[in-house]
Design a protein around this ligand. Sequence first.
Ligand code: ATP
Ligand code: MG
Length: 389
Amino acid sequence: MQEIILIKNGELVLKGLNRNTFEDVLIKNMKKALKDLGEFTFTKSQSTIMVKSVDENTDLDEAVSRLTKVFGIAALSRAAVAGKDMDSIMAISADYLKEELSFAKTFKVEAKRSDKKFPLTSPEISRELGGFLLSKFNHLRVDVHNPDVTVTVEIRDNYAFIRGNNIKGAGGMPVSTSGRAAVLISGGIDSPVASYMMAKRGIELVAVHFASPPFTTELAEKKVMELLRKVAQYSGPITTYVVPFTEIQQQIRKECPEEYFTIILRRYMMKISEIIAKHQNCSALITGESVGQVASQTIYALACTDAAANMPVFRPCIGMDKEEIIRISRKIDTFETSIQPYEDCCTVFTPKHPKTRPKLEDVINAESALNSEELINAAVENARRSVIK
Ligand code: ATP
Ligand code: MG
């Protein structure tokens, strides 16, 4: 019995992006996600994409699990391929769905005919197959409104496809249909969630991480890479820059009033990230900030941070409670990694009494003692680049 995967696209009411482009990008992203699992063919037809493994022994469980993380897919299902006659359809349905139907109490059959020449009408197919399945699985009842399992039969041009319940897809838009943005990634809970949320809207990610050795350790950096690997399962490969930040932090500590440390540090992060973002053809920055979480995230402090960059700054967590952010981080499996207790450069030299209502002119005045251009250039020049998959 041949088994395939059927993909239902997500949002198709798209402004300025036609369905073909959307589907082509989606197929490219699916190919990337399945690359090391074997060879697959992808066929577009009638609002579904059919994914077929060329090799019989391919791990379809793993393929499905990876595809549930590809954005732009609303739902997917595994399906058995049957011949276009009722005997084949009934035999294969009973065999292919035996496990799913054994655990169910109720079911219904839905038939779809795209080949109108098929001798039975859709209601006739449903009735005949439904009756057959009832005779095979005595414990089942038909429930057309709220069945445990919906058995779907699709009569196509050359084959019939049989499937049980759909699997929910990751939703959103295919990554890279909405351009590129650079995410400021820390080892915390919020920025991996922010990365996931923007990738879900079709944005391709570049990541920038600031490290301050020896105050931050190699283990802290490893943790960030681990987080990015988890995000990359959704977003695809992430070009990542690790920027040396020690010198900047030490200069800030030496030259600037303590109450402005964090805000000035955040502004430097923005400025450096913007340079890297431009270099990487990104049109926006992304952070994990949320109003009120810490002193550097009051709306006054955020305004000062914002003013450091000329690009739009996307903060998808801005209106979320920690609880809501944690729920997403658990869903994408970054939470357990995020809570490992490694230091972040933001927690090195934190002021005792940070300004929660900083004024931009005071901040600019406070940072004027620094040789900004030189510090920024050195940091950008010494950034290390890698691609996280
Ligand atoms: P997170 O959980 O994402 O670390 P947080 O609530 O701990 O966020 P901060 O540490 O103040 O908040 O950081 C706010 C945002 O600044 C982060 O979400 C992230 O986008 C960015 N950021 C913080 N530290 C770094 C870093 N070392 N490298 C890159 N970006 C950083
Ligand atoms: Mg943090």
